[in-house]
Design a protein around this ligand. Structure first.
Ligand SMILES: Nc1ncnc2c1ncn2[C@@H]1O[C@H](COP(=O)(O)OP(=O)(O)OP(=O)(O)O)[C@@H](O)[C@H]1O
Length: 233
């Protein structure tokens, strides 16, 4: 079943000579329960696309539907509801709250979720139970990213959006973090969209999308999907 449908998406920045099409009539569908990796050079529109999918920004023209909800045309408040209910975000730099413990970082999101997962289940799934009373600064980058994934997953989102989630990690920690992303997809059935510069990550995708100058320049089903543990990062 289709989770995401993006039709004729246009997003422009600037005007006159400085006008840039960050998305230029982009069309994309992503099936529920799949892992989709979006690749593209710097400036190709990856972050713009992710911001649209996550309801952080709105299109100039075109239509986005996620889980049957028409995201284009939602008011600011409705978009906030969409993000809160349906989308988990993971960014390159973890964005954890430094003064809260691991557990508290996750709980603050659980508290505003309509239908959160069980905290213990999420801590166990990401193998971070042992760090629950630590503060972010007491953890390695890879461990912090696992906490960030837990925080995104606790609300049981339909969609997990990951923006360069291994960009600040070494190869070993990157592999570990990707294994946990794959586990979220397996265990909770969450649809995952990963935006990255790293071509090797595409190996774990069911769907590989390439962006160039705001256009979808490639969109393939990956028939020979690798497990995250097999990636040559
Ligand atoms: N707020 C903005 N104001 C003006 N131009 C913008 C803005 N955001 C993005 N752009 C432009 O839109 C285009 C797409 O940018 P975007 O950040 O989506 O690309 P990207 O593929 O994510 O790049 P990177 O990999 O460097 O993050 C670029 O030309 C960028 O300069």
């Amino acid at each position: 079943m289709e989770l995401i449908s993006l039709k004729n998406a246009v997003k422009k920045y600037g005007s006159g000579e400085n006008e840039v099409y960050a998305l230029n009539h982009a069309e994309l569908t992503i099936e529920e329960g799949k892992i989709c990796v979006i690749l593209g050079p710097s400036g190709s529109g990856k972050s713009t696309l992710l911001n649209m999918l996550g309801g952080l920004d709105s299109l100039d023209t075109g239509e986005l539907t996620v889980a049957g909800r028409k995201v284009t045309g939602l008011s600011q408040d409705e978009r906030t509801d969409y993000r809160r209910e349906d989308v988990g975000f993971v960014f390159q730099f973890y964005n954890l709250i430094p003064d809260l413990t691991v557990e508290e970082n996750i709980e603050v999101v659980a508290d505003i979720a309509d239908n959160p997962l069980d905290l213990r289940e999420v801590l166990e799934a990401l193998d971070i139970e042992k760090y629950r009373r630590r503060f972010p600064a007491e953890l390695s980058g890879g461990q912090q990213q696992r906490v960030a994934i837990a925080r995104a997953m606790i609300k049981n989102p339909r969609l997990l959006l990951c923006d360069e989630l291994t960009g600040a990690l070494d190869t070993k920690a990157s592999g570990q973090v990707l294994k946990f992303v794959e586990k979220m997809n397996d265990q909770f059935g969450t649809t995952v969209v990963i935006i990255t510069h790293n071509e090797a990550i595409a190996g774990m995708a069911d769907q590989i999308v390439r962006l160039k100058d705001g256009r979808i320049s490639g969109n393939f089903r990956n028939e020979h999907r690798l497990r995250a543990a097999e990636l040559a990062l």
